[in-house]
Ligand binder design. Structure first.
Ligand SMILES: [Zn+2]
Length: 140
């Protein structure tokens, strides 16, 4: 994917992170922008629930897209932010999200995050993030 497009997705993820009103416990917001292979965009931020049963930004975006019938995904851009500060921070997905994305993303699915201090896009494949994932078929 072209860097210009990735930067656009990262900018959108920053906007989503800034709009998060569901992270009162941690004061840490994550914005995620999921792109389907058809070119549809689904946004998500982390939604906290008194410190338990929270859902991450990545899964929020995926659940929105999946529940509307989307099955093919291109990439996700994620960025984090302490809501008490101005600057954004790079993010790596948590273990739950890695397993989740591995199930619904294919080998060519990309995870992008952004290091604001270095002005650098960081790219991960799902295989890099979770080389040994649970898989019903593989475990039969
Ligand atoms: Zn997560």
């Amino acid at each position: 994917m072209k860097e210009e497009m990735i930067r656009k997705l990262i900018e959108e993820a920053k906007k989503i992170a800034n709009e998060n009103f569901c992270c009162k416990d941690s004061h840490f917001s994550v914005g995620a922008v999921l792109l389907t292979k058809e070119g549809k965009v689904y946004n998500g931020f982390n939604i906290e629930n008194n410190g338990i049963q929270s859902i991450c930004a990545e899964r929020t975006a995926f659940v929105k897209a999946l529940s509307e019938g989307n099955k093919e995904f291109s990439c996700i851009a994620i960025i984090g932010k302490n809501m008490d500060k101005e600057e954004f921070t790079k993010i790596v997905p948590c273990g739950y999200c890695r397993q989740f994305m591995k199930q619904y993303g294919k080998e060519d699915f990309m995870v992008y995050t952004y290091d604001e201090k270095e002005d650098k896009i960081i790219t991960y494949t799902l295989e890099e993030l979770l080389p040994h994932s649970f898989d019903f078929e593989r475990n039969e």
